[in-house]
Design a protein around this ligand. Sequence first.
Ligand code: NAD
Length: 269
Amino acid sequence: MTDTIAANTGITVTDTGGVTAVPGLLAGKVAVVTGGAQGLGLAMARSLVDSGAKVVLADTNEESLQAAVVELGGDGVATGAVCNVSDLQAVEKLAEAATTAFGGIDIWVNNAGITRDATIRKMTEQQFDDVISVHLRGTWNGLKVATALMREQDRGGSIINVSSISGKVGNPGQSNYSAAKAGIVGMTKAVAKEVAFKNIRINAIQPGFINTAMTAAMPQHAIDSKLAEIPLGRPGEPEEVASVVLFLASGLSSYPTGTVTEISGGRNI
Ligand SMILES: NC(=O)c1ccc[n+]([C@@H]2O[C@H](COP(=O)([O-])OP(=O)(O)OC[C@H]3O[C@@H](n4cnc5c(N)ncnc54)[C@H](O)[C@@H]3O)[C@@H](O)[C@H]2O)c1
């Protein structure tokens, strides 16, 4: 996807007409993106940085983490923290590191994820537990730590939880992933009600079929059948997920909380 700068605005626009960044929109804000070393998380981080935020990427993959930080502009703009989101103490350390580096946290994206697909006949307990641990426990850890810090800071905040269309419709071969992604929706709404009085907003997104390494690895017949179900007639781009995160992270969405936004080109509506 080609990015161009719309004349006289400084706004970055893709060749599908998408706006991926709004310069200055997040000036003075600090964001944490888990699973930010690649894929959708890295696209989200780029959009936040290009809109003026400072970003802390958290990931288990140290090598890609460092490359991602350099790609985003390095020290002063972005930093990386090795962190397994399933581990509450590691997530607490991540929040401390972000506060030390940039003086607080305004935006937190619970994005880290894995898949361990198999039908229920073949899925092992380990495959079930691993997916629940990263997505559901990881999001809960992020919510626990981020809301505690944002309450203490007393300057509001925005948290975005990455669910999936799989959590809405259920995908065969993904009983673990669909359960975790549906659970993230319930968790988002419960905690949104708990912290709204502190002007902390919590919203979920449900991406559909997005052009990433994960979807590129699918067999062509599976790709074709999914594409046939998309009213917009094409897969989504990572930047088109990132721009929704940018909206939810910013003051452009000062009133929505507890919402679930589908980013699916109309698939499964
Ligand atoms: N790609 C899609 O089409 C799609 C669709 C719907 C939802 N999603 C969701 O979007 C999120 C990002 O997906 P992606 O396609 O970019 O995946 P990806 O595999 O490209 O990136 C995921 C990142 O998370 C990191 N990670 C994995 N386990 C971790 C852990 N325990 N702690 C910290 N980091 C960890 C990985 O190292 C990796 O950098 C996931 O939650 C995924 O379920 C993706």
